[in-house]
Design a protein around this ligand. Structure first.
Ligand SMILES: O=C(O)CCC(=O)C(=O)O
Length: 306
């Protein structure tokens, strides 16, 4: 549970990234130190920065550039890849089309998911069936994003190995039937500048993380990624780790882009508290079993203005 943290921890995960498939991972001193830091960050903040992640800065820079280039295109051009039920909820959405907790979000975005072939998950997966909608302009957008997704998926698997050890669970507890075939989500998000009635722009803030009724700013730290815990990990850990409320406001005088990658369980996996975590939290399951795909579909079906 997020407690009284004052800043978001920064963890150098390079020992874990280097040794993630070493059979003696749990015995390595460097890895053990990373594991302790992950555990503390997940327990106290629900958020952490990672450095030493191995994803090249040059790729991150290119991802940022093509995202800006896409959002800069005329609206009619962006609409060529418009998101709808027929596209499996993949593609472009205009500012205000996405709704969070009943309130329209002040952003435009391209939503992408692991692709779903017809019939792959039966009735459960029908709403998400489809291929991603990539723009033809900029021409290298699709290749760059696919490369980025692959690297983020590999990196997330490594971090989840560290989190498995932090929980005292088998190192591969988040693989196989749980998340061996992760249903990743990628959101390429653009936040326009918000002008106020008197024409003034507000002072710059970034992503904020909630702690005891206050907001802590997640300022960008070069060479790092900000990671946060999602609802599925909260269930799996029987509430040992909790997802922390956060908000994003673009009060800067510049258009802001964020390419958010979400590492999710297998689409058809039943999420329920891990035995290890149930034992560590008093022996009673605090959450009912929930199929991830069902949770996702109900969210997606209520996420957009009609
Ligand atoms: O724009 C950001 O910095 C983060 C986006 C985010 O948290 C989200 O899409 O859930």
């Amino acid at each position: 549970m997020a407690t009284d943290f004052k800043s978001i921890p920064l963890i150098d995960i390079s020992p874990l990234v280097e040794k993630w498939d070493d059979p003696n991972l749990a015995q390595d001193d460097g890895v053990a130190q990373v594991v302790r830091q992950l555990d503390r960050a997940c327990r106290e903040a629900g958020f952490f920065y990672v450095k030493g992640h191995g994803i090249p800065d040059s790729l991150v820079k290119d991802i940022r550039t093509v995202s800006r280039q896409f959002f800069h295109l005329p609206y009619e051009e962006k609409l060529k890849i418009k998101l709808s039920a027929a596209t499996g909820y993949r593609g472009y959405q205009r500012v205000g089309e996405n709704i969070t907790k009943g309130v329209p979000d002040m952003h435009e975005a391209i939503d992408c998911y692991r692709e779903v072939k017809p019939g792959m998950y039966g009735r459960l997966g029908e709403a998400m069936e489809g291929c991603n909608k990539w723009p033809s302009d900029p021409p290298n957008f699709k290749d760059l994003m696919e490369e980025y997704v692959n690297l983020c998926t590999d990196l997330s698997r490594k971090i989840m190995r560290g989190i498995a050890l932090a929980l005292g669970a088998p190192v591969d507890v988040f693989e196989g039937n749980r998340a061996g075939d992760p249903f990743w989500v990628l959101r390429v998000i653009g936040y326009p500048v918000v002008h106020h009635a008197n024409g003034q722009e507000m002072p710059k803030t970034e992503t904020d993380v909630g702690c005891n009724g206050e907001w802590i700013s997640a300022v960008p730290v070069p060479g790092t990624f900000v990671c946060n815990i999602g609802d599925m990990l909260k269930i799996l850990t029987n509430g040992e780790y909790e997802s922390t409320l956060h908000r994003v406001t673009n009060n800067s005088p510049k258009y802001r882009v964020c390419v958010a990658y979400f590492y999710e369980p297998n689409f058809d996996a039943a999420m329920e508290p891990l035995d290890t975590c149930v034992q560590r939290t008093g022996g009673a399951k605090k959450f009912e079993s929930a199929v991830y795909g069902k949770h996702l579909v109900s969210k997606v079906l209520t996420n957009f203005v009609k």
